[in-house]
Design a protein around this ligand. Structure first.
Ligand code: 7RM
Length: 637
């Protein structure tokens, strides 16, 4: 699609990278030139690290849906935009062309308007992986409304708090979701949430299943009935490049999730640029990212990136294990997938099943494999390379975050020399640095230069703020190293400049590729009446990457029991979602704390992963607690 922007050799990458660092604004302006604007921008970049203010292409006017839809309808209206694969293989695959997608998006945009939604309003979307989810988000973008997608595995309490935080006016959902064996009634979960969310005036319900659905008069409306009332003509709203496109919540190290705000111009340009160059697609290729659209990976690399490049993108409703562990490979064969992008946790869980699940299918359509979400370990990398790629498919290990909007470190498929477990080199325009303990840049060229990963110059798709809390944005990302964006990750760099990300250095745990804050989980556990206090840490897990270990102090006179442990897990499930349930709960008498009362999770992390060297424990208030916890853990083994 973007022929002019496509890098096609390693020497060209090096040249473009160098130019992008020497004159970043010129570089990004050239990229932005290839998109459809109503009016060109006044200034490419204005920024201040000190105030954490970043503006790209401000004064520029555009509508993102013209770039991801109208533009392609004009060139290839009958090209497939979305292939939808249902949870149940007996149900039919849906093929949606660019023309059809455009028509549905415009229609649903009119539905939103009919229901009082105007530019700037926030719309919450709580939907399963069906095409209507993509349609709803693009419809928001068409009229300048801001979407806030909540992953359909979250609980009613989690939806309510997100709706309330952004004061969403409308909620889009479906009556049921199918993932694996049992259907889940999403509408019932929404009804619970809406008891606590008075800002919602309308709830639009897509009938995923022909089930009786309880509807609240005046508030709830069926998708189909609303669609029948409108045409498929909808003039795209002319938006400023810096107007918000969406809010997406991500967990932080303190209680409340952060609503990361992404803006239209920079996000469009960089998701498209990164998609084009990393995946190196050919016109008839088929791209499948297995993430859920409820996470940033789905936003950027199922919807916006691929569609901006006019590619064919696959949406899968189900799970890798249903009806059996061959489901992914069956789909690869059936849809002739050329580009397959998944998470290390999925790779590890499939690698432990018999190889016959892989060998049963013809995977020869595959050209490129991708990985995202957490560091990929050596073993999983080789299994992926040998048995899925048959040694013929470059693996792009892509590092990025909800906050970065698009991939910042990755090989370009077939171009950048790869190194197992390394995300390799920064994309053009991305100025990475490693920081030492004193907060200085590590400039050493060595086989292993190790530090904390930070970024020295703004990039277009970076989040602009935390919704309603700019101070928190400033504090979280720009206070650790003044003049830099701090990623929260540790990393090392080899002598060739390749980066390997080692993981979070703060209190966020990546479980099965999901970014979970330990603080909200502790808050949930503490809600149980029998719990006095708790601390949650991650520990290495062969399948999930990390699992959660909860250390819990019970109220006096409460007896430890299996039933109680189960109740505690349920409390977490209810307030956050099943993915946040701790794998292990250890009852203890005390927690290792500093004099100022901070729990030293570093020590608990070591205990949880079976280590005995705790490093510096001089700030511990009462060192005997540690011994006591270790003994209890030993006893319960
Ligand atoms: C895209 C996404 C972000 C955190 C990030 C890292 C970890 C992501 C990789 C990775 C090693 C990778 N967004 N992470 N990709 N670690 N190698 N290729 O996952 O906001 O949910 O998580 O995920 O710790 O900071 S996220």
């Amino acid at each position: 699609m973007f022929d002019k922007l496509r890098i096609d050799s390693f020497s060209e990458y090096k040249k473009v990278y160098r130019e992008s660092v020497e004159e970043p604004e010129l570089f990004w302006a050239k990229v932005a030139d290839d998109f459809i604007w109503h009016k060109k921008w006044d200034k490419t970049l204005e920024y201040s690290f000190e105030d954490a203010n970043f503006k790209w292409f401000s004064g520029g006017k555009l509508n993102i849906t013209e770039n991801v839809l109208d533009r392609h309808v004009a060139i290839h209206p009958n090209k497939t935009a979305i292939i939808w694969e249902p949870n149940n293989p007996l149900e039919e695959t849906r093929i949606i062309t660019y023309r059809q997608l455009h028509s549905k998006v415009c229609q649903f945009a009119n539905v939103l308007k009919n229901n009082g939604i105007v530019k700037g309003d926030r719309v919450c979307i709580y939907m399963p992986m069906i095409p209507e989810l993509a349609i709803a988000m693009l419809a928001c973008a068409r009229i300048g409304a801001v979407h806030s997608i909540v992953f359909a595995g979250f609980s009613s309490a989690a939806i309510a708090s997100r709706i309330n935080d952004a004061q969403c006016k409308l909620l889009v959902t479906a009556n049921e979701v199918y993932r694996g064996e049992k259907p889940i009634n999403l509408k019932a979960i929404c009804d619970e949430a809406l008891k606590e969310s008075p800002s919602i005036q309308t709830c639009i319900v897509y009938r995923r299943a022909i089930e009786p659905t309880s509807m609240v008069g005046g508030r709830d409306k069926f998708w189909m009935e609303e669609m029948h009332k409108v045409t498929d003509h909808c003039t795209p709203e002319s938006m400023d490049a810096e107007d918000p496109l969406f809010i997406l919540y991500t967990s932080g190290s303190t209680g409340k999730p952060k609503g990361m705000v992404h803006t239209i111009g920079g996000y469009l340009i960089e998701t498209a640029y990164s998609f084009e160059n990393i995946f190196q697609m050919q016109p008839n290729d088929i791209f499948w990212c297995t993430a859920d659209i409820g996470w940033i990976t789905g936003h950027s690399y199922i919807v916006y990136g691929p569609l901006a490049c006019g590619a064919t993108t696959v949406m899968f409703e189900g799970v890798p294990s249903y009806p059996d562990f061959g489901r992914f490979w069956e789909i690869v064969e059936k849809l002739k997938i050329t580009h397959f992008y998944t998470a290390p946790t999925a790779i590890r869980s499939l690698a432990k099943e018999p190889l016959s699940f892989v060998e049963k299918y013809d995977l020869s359509s595959l050209k490129v494999l991708g990985s995202v979400g957490e560091p990929i370990n050596e073993e999983a990398w080789h299994w992926y390379n040998d048995f899925i790629g048959k040694g013929n498919c470059p693996i792009v290990d892509t590092w990025w975050q909800t906050e970065t909007g698009s991939i910042l470190i990755s090989p370009l498929a077939g171009i950048t020399p790869t190194r197992p477990t390394f995300a390799t080199l920064p994309l053009p325009g991305i100025q990475l640095v490693l920081m030492d303990e004193q907060g200085h840049e590590i400039e050493t060229i060595a086989e292993k230069a190790e530090g904390k990963l930070a970024i020295k110059f703004p990039w277009p798709s970076m989040a602009r703020t935390v919704y309603g809390d700019h101070e928190r944005y400033k504090e979280t990302y720009f206070s650790a190293y003044p003049g830099y964006y701090f990623t929260g990750d540790g990393a090392y760099r080899d002598a060739m400049g390749n980066y390997r990300i080692t993981g979070r250095v703060d209190d966020v745990v990546i479980v099965s590729g999901h970014n979970l804050g330990t603080a909200p989980i502790e808050n949930a556990i503490n809600e149980h009446q029998d719990v006095a206090e708790s601390a949650v840490v991650g520990y290495p897990h062969p399948i999930k990457g990390n699992a959660l270990y909860a250390f819990v102090i019970l109220q006096n006179n409460v007896e430890e029991s299996d039933a109680l442990m189960k109740e505690i897990k349920e409390t977490v499930s209810k307030s956050i979602g099943a993915i946040a349930k701790p794998d292990k709960i250890q009852v203890v008498n005390g927690l290792p704390k500093t004099r100022s009362g901070k729990i030293m999770r570093r020590i608990l992390r070591k205990i949880a992963s079976g280590e005995t060297d705790f490093g510096d424990t001089s700030t511990l208030l009462d060192p005997s607690v540690v011994k006591d916890i270790q003994e209890k853990v030993e006893q319960s083994k």
